[in-house]
Write a protein that binds this ligand. Structure first.
Ligand code: ZN
Length: 320
């Protein structure tokens, strides 16, 4: 039987939704250069983002931190928002829920009100100029402890913005590290926010199960640690918990030994609602269009399967 493949143009033209993408991990070199010039920093070269991945998570966070160092002022954050909207629009990503880590920026000495104002202005202009919609989910690092979660909820109170639709938990998956976040996550839901959590990226099924039990997130970021655990897979299907899948991220951070070992097709065939995302596209030299190409070329997803999978992202976004 002849294999049916989807044409690249169809992937580019398909209207897409993305809901697992970190704003700080999406910064193109042109945006970094504008920020660097503004403050007399050395301009980032073409090798700023490693092409071959990262030997460990620490080396990844070092590059992430070098990006953060460029963003200090209202103008920097305006560019961050505006250029992000342009990048999403260029791929026909009409709706995005993007992660931002406000507590990390404040910890680095930024004036939070100033930078959130700049970001909002950039996003408003970007949405208008490029015809896309962008919402924000404030992401919290596990390593910063539950105090960072309460601080983040306090920002949402202090700087109300309908664009902020949820909170997320990210960072190193240390066993039991999520327990202190139970209460802030419940409070967030009472505030009308959605809650998501990274889990099962580097850890196994137990951590995903604990995350579901304690944090009760509406989506799990990655979740590839579930792959050998049939009862957990059944639970994800029965409770209709989607997994945000990011193929290049998982390969370049060595969460899977190689692309062929990625469970995306197995998850899809077992009925889990998987969505496709870039996670940190600048740091992984990828785009959402590239990720869909991988599904088609390396995992033999047919056009029908690709359209079906692409429908999961809007179905499980906060404002579909
Ligand atoms: Zn992520």
């Amino acid at each position: 039987m002849k294999k049916t493949t989807i044409h690249l143009n169809s992937i580019s033209e398909m209207k897409k939704t993305e809901h697992h993408i970190h704003l700080e991990g999406s910064v193109k070199l042109k945006t970094l250069k504008k920020a660097a010039r503004r403050k007399g920093m050395a301009l980032p070269g073409n090798d700023f983002y490693p092409k071959d991945g990262y030997p460990d998570f620490e080396s990844f966070t070092r590059v992430f931190d070098r990006v953060l160092a460029h963003f200090t002022t209202r103008e920097d954050f305006f560019d961050l928002g505006y250029d992000f909207a342009e990048g999403q629009a260029s791929q026909n990503i009409i709706y995005t829920e993007a992660f931002l880590m406000p507590q990390v920026h404040e910890m680095m000495g930024r004036d939070l009100k100033e930078i959130l104002t700049g970001l909002e202005q950039g996003l408003v202009k970007g949405e208008k100029d490029f015809g896309v919609a962008i919402r924000l989910v404030y992401s919290i690092s596990r390593m910063a402890g539950s105090k960072a979660a309460w601080t983040t909820l306090d920002y949402i109170d202090r700087y109300p913005n309908a664009r902020v639709v949820g909170i997320d938990l990210a960072g190193m998956e240390v066993p039991d590290s999520i327990i202190p976040f139970k209460e802030p996550f419940e409070t967030a839901r009472q505030m009308g926010l959605t809650t998501t959590a990274h889990a099962g990226e580097f850890s196994g099924a137990d951590h995903v199960r604990q995350t579901l039990d304690i944090l009760k997130p509406s989506r799990i970021g990655h979740g590839i640690g579930c792959r050998e655990d049939e009862p957990l897979i059944r639970r994800l299907v029965e409770e209709n918990i989607p997994l945000d899948i990011s193929l290049s991220s998982n390969v370049l951070l060595k969460a899977v030994p190689c692309l062929e070992d990625h469970p995306v097709r197995s998850f899809f065939e077992q009925g889990i609602s998987v969505s496709l995302n870039t996670d940190d596209p600048a740091l992984f030299n990828t785009s959402l269009v590239d990720e869909y190409k991988i599904l088609s070329n390396r995992f033999d997803f047919t056009p029908e399967e690709i359209y079906r999978l692409a429908g999961n992202a809007p179905a499980f976004s906060t404002i579909p």
